[in-house]
Write a protein that binds this ligand. Structure first.
Ligand code: NAD
Ligand code: IPM
Ligand code: MN
Length: 366
C-alpha cells in the first residue's frame, strides 16, 4: 500500500479537541493495516497568528499544497477579534480554499434515524432526510474586489463587498451538482437571487444550460430566500441544492439543524481533477466553527469532524468500504443512545468528546 500524506490542521477552540479523535482513528487504522497514512500537523487560524503573525505560515501552505488531503478542524475565537483583518483566523481557511482551488464544497445533511427527535423540527419533517448542499467555495462575495472600507471624511464610512461570478465558475460547480445528483434521487435545485442580483441572472442562465446536458435529472430554480423558508417548512422536498458561496454558507447552517446539530455536519472541499493524474486537491472540514462557548470543556461533538474524515476516505482515497464502515459506526453509536450535549434529548445522560470518539472507534473495530 502506498503511503498517503494527510496534513492535519486542527486550528482553534474545539478544533484541537475534535481533531484528536480523528488522530486516534488514523493511528488505529494504520496499526491494523487498514491504511498507511503519514500525518503531519500544522497551525492555522488564531494559533498560527500567535506564532507567526499570519493566519497560516508559508511553510504550512506549502505542506497543504503537497498533501494528498488536508484535514481541517476549525478556526477563530474572541481572542482574535481585534487582530488586523488580513490576518484574522478565518483568512487562513479562505487562503487554503483559494490557493488549493477548492471550488466545490459538498455539505451533506443527513438525519440519522436515532436523531429524528433531536432536530428542532418535528420528527416527520426530518426522518429520512438526506440533502446534499453543493456550495461554490472560491468565488462570489467572499473574494470579489473591491472589498474595502473607505473613510468619507465627513464622519461617515463606506463599506464595499463585491459579488463576482464568471460563467466557468458557475458551469463547473453546476456540473459537480448534476453529476452527484445522478448517483442520488436525480433532482437539483439551484438557489440564487436573480430577482435582485445580476450574478443571480448569470447563475440562472448558466445552470439552466448545464441542466440540458443532464436530461435524466429534474432541475428547478428557487429564490434563495424561499429556499431558506422551504428548508424549515418541508426539507425532504430537496435532494441536491447547488448555490453560491454566501447562500451556501447560510443555507448549510440552517440545514445542519435539521439533522439535530451543527456538530453533525461534515464537508468536503474539492478542486478540479488534475489533467494528468486525475487527482483532486481536497480539504475536509466540519461545517461548524471553533465554538468558543464550549471550547476547552471536552464536550464538543466530534461527529462532524469524524464524518469529514470519512468523506476523505471516500473522495480522496477511494476507500469506499472503510468510509461506509466509519459512517455505519457513527450511526451505530447514535442508535446505542450515545449523545453529546448538543444532540441530547431532555434529561438524558450525555458523553464528552473523547468518549464519543472512543465509542465510534470501538464500533469500527468490532
Ligand atoms: P460555531 O459554529 O463555532 O458555533 C455555533 C454554535 O454551535 C455554538 O453554540 C457552538 O457551541 C455550537 N457548536 C458548533 N460546533 C459544535 C460541536 N461540534 N459540538 C457541539 N456544539 C457545537 O459558530 P460561531 O459561534 O458563529 O463562530 C465561532 C468562531 O468560529 C468564529 O470566529 C467564526 O468565524 C468561526 N467559524 C469557523 C469555521 C471554520 O473554521 N470552518 C466555521 C464557522 C465559524
Ligand atoms: C464555513 C465558515 C467559513 C465561511 C468562515 C469561517 C470563513 O463559516 O466554513 O461555513 O464563511 O465559509
Ligand atoms: Mn459557515
Amino acid at each position: 500500500m502506498a503511503t498517503q500524506n494527510l496534513f492535519l490542521l486542527p486550528g482553534d477552540g474545539i478544533g484541537t479537541e475534535i481533531m484528536a479523535e480523528v488522530q486516534k482513528l488514523i493511528d488505529w487504522l494504520n496499526a491494523n493495516g487498514k491504511t498507511d497514512f503519514a500525518t503531519d500537523t500544522g497551525l492555522v487560524g488564531g494559533c498560527a497568528y500567535d506564532k507567526h503573525g499570519a493566519a497560516i505560515s508559508e511553510e504550512d501552505m506549502a505542506k497543504a499544497l503537497k498533501a494528498d488531503a488536508v484535514i481541517f478542524g476549525a478556526v477563530g475565537g474572541p481572542k482574535w477579534d481585534n487582530v488586523p483583518y488580513e490576518v484574522r483566523p478565518e483568512a487562513g481557511l479562505l487562503r487554503l480554499r483559494k490557493d488549493l482551488g477548492l471550488f466545490a464544497n459538498l455539505r451533506p445533511a443527513i438525519c440519522y434515524p436515532a436523531l429524528a427527535d433531536a432536530s428542532s423540527l418535528k420528527r416527520e419533517l426530518v426522518e429520512g432526510l438526506d440533502i446534499l448542499i453543493v456550495r461554490e467555495l472560491t468565488g462570489g462575495v467572499y473574494f470579489g474586489e473591491p472589498k474595502e472600507i473607505t473613510d468619507l471624511g465627513n464622519g461617515q464610512k463606506r463599506a464595499v463587498d463585491t459579488q463576482v461570478y464568471e460563467t466557468y465558475e458557475i458551469d463547473r460547480i453546476a456540473r459537480v451538482a448534476f453529476d452527484l445528483a445522478g448517483t442520488r434521487s436525480k433532482k437539483v435545485h439551484m438557489a440564487d437571487k436573480k430577482n435582485v442580483m445580476k450574478s443571480g441572472v448569470l447563475w440562472s442562465e448558466v445552470v439552466a444550460s448545464v441542466a440540458k446536458d443532464f436530461p435524466a435529472i429534474k432541475y428547478e430554480h428557487i429564490l434563495a430566500d424561499n429556499a431558506a423558508m422551504q428548508l424549515v417548512r418541508n426539507p425532504k422536498q430537496f435532494d441536491v441544492m447547488v448555490t453560491d458561496n454566501l447562500f451556501g454558507d447560510i443555507l448549510s447552517d440552517a440545514a445542519a439543524m435539521l439533522t439535530g446539530s451543527l456538530g453533525m455536519l461534515p464537508s468536503a472541499s474539492l478542486g478540479a481533477p488534475d489533467a494528468a493524474t486525475g487527482k483532486r486537491k481536497a480539504l475536509y472540514e466540519p461545517v461548524h466553527g471553533s465554538a468558543p462557548d464550549i471550547a476547552g470543556k471536552g464536550i464538543a461533538n466530534p461527529i462532524a469532524m469524524i464524518a469529514s474524515f470519512a468523506m476523505a476516505l471516500r473522495y480522496s482515497f477511494n476507500m469506499i468500504e472503510l468510509a461506509d464502515k466509519l459512517e455505519a459506526a457513527i450511526a451505530g453509536v447514535l442508535a446505542d443512545g450515545l449523545r453529546t450535549g448538543d444532540i441530547a434529548q431532555d434529561g438524558k445522560k450525555t458523553v464528552g468528546t473523547e468518549e464519543m470518539g472512543a465509542a465510534i472507534l470501538a464500533k469500527l473495530a468490532a
